[in-house]
Design a protein around this ligand. Structure first.
Ligand SMILES: *[C@@H]1O[C@H](CO)[C@@H](O)[C@H](O)[C@H]1NC(C)=O
Ligand SMILES: *[C@@H]1O[C@H](CO)[C@@H](O)[C@H](O)[C@H]1NC(C)=O
Ligand SMILES: *[C@@H]1O[C@H](CO)[C@@H](O)[C@H](O)[C@H]1NC(C)=O
Ligand SMILES: *[C@@H]1O[C@H](CO)[C@@H](O)[C@H](O)[C@H]1NC(C)=O
Length: 230
């Protein structure tokens, strides 16, 4: 874990024009004219201005279905503000680089521990957390949530967005990387659109034995947020 934080901290600090003085200064750098690189994917172009870009470090959760294949049942990740790195030559490789450290971390290092570390040390370059909640509109099924109420906008109960998936394409980087996604806001005013791109890892094994334990698979992903009222 320490090596993950050392690299994240040096990545974030190296490019800061001025030291962050408060965790409410999010994003650390303005990304409103950034171009969200969708590569050859067919994901729709953004309709709103980019506001935040987060590096997600966490896990995807899976349960073994009776069909003998894994089904996604949630995720948990910490989101690091990498807005100041936008425009650097290796920006699109950040998820790959950080995945090397994340995958090398021992199994005892969990996303919850990373989140606790961010709180304990009051890391100014943490945006918040990504996890799943029961669909707040229908009351059934799970939807992804991005929650900045504990870190970047601590104390502001509206700093979140629950997303509804609109489009989903296989990662162009290969079958071991989770899909690239485009979502819009179901509830919450943090963003109008959310992209998950440049994914590394997170895919489950191809088959499983029904009745076996749930598993988590590490992933690193780039999350872009547009619009919103923050
Ligand atoms: C995009 O597609 C073109 C043509 O199929 C291909 O040559 C190129 O390598 C692709 N680029 C990426 C980033 O996948
Ligand atoms: C997913 O797994 C993490 C452990 O990495 C756990 O803390 C979290 O509660 C799980 N979420 C869901 C929706 O199962
Ligand atoms: C999505 O977010 C925008 C910006 O805050 C807001 O105006 C809109 O009402 C939201 N849409 C939904 C369905 O909540
Ligand atoms: C596995 O995850 C599913 C969906 O979250 C949950 O209903 C089930 O109780 C979990 N199973 C175990 C053994 O924890």
């Amino acid at each position: 874990m320490i090596s993950t934080f050392v690299i994240l901290a040096s990545l974030a600090c190296a490019s800061l024009a001025a030291p962050a003085t408060s965790s409410a200064d999010a994003p650390l750098c303005d990304v409103s004219s950034a171009v969200i690189e969708l590569g050859n994917s067919t994901l729709p172009a953004p309709k709103f201005t980019p506001t935040f870009v987060g590096l997600g470090v966490g896990t995807q959760n899976y349960t073994c279905a009776s069909s003998g294949t894994y089904t996604n049942v949630g995720a948990l990740a910490e989101l690091f503000d990498i807005s100041c790195l936008y425009g650097q030559p290796d920006f699109d490789d950040i998820t790959s680089v950080v995945s090397l450290f994340w995958n090398a971390a021992p199994a005892t290092v969990t996303p919850s521990e990373i989140i606790a570390f961010g709180e304990e040390y009051d890391l100014s370059f943490v945006l918040g957390e990504h996890y799943f909640v029961v669909n707040p509109v229908t009351g059934s099924g799970l939807n992804p949530k991005w929650d900045f109420t504990s870190r970047a906008f601590a104390g502001n109960p509206n700093a979140y967005v629950v997303g509804s998936k609109v489009d989903d394409v296989p990662a162009p980087t290969g079958s071991s990387d989770i899909d690239w996604l485009y979502l819009t806001n179901l509830t919450g005013s943090l963003a109008n659109e959310i992209y998950r791109i440049e994914t590394k890892g997170g895919q489950p094994p191809a088959s499983c034995t029904p009745g076996s334990s749930n598993i988590t698979v590490k992933d690193t992903s780039l999350y872009w947020f547009t619009g919103g009222s923050f």
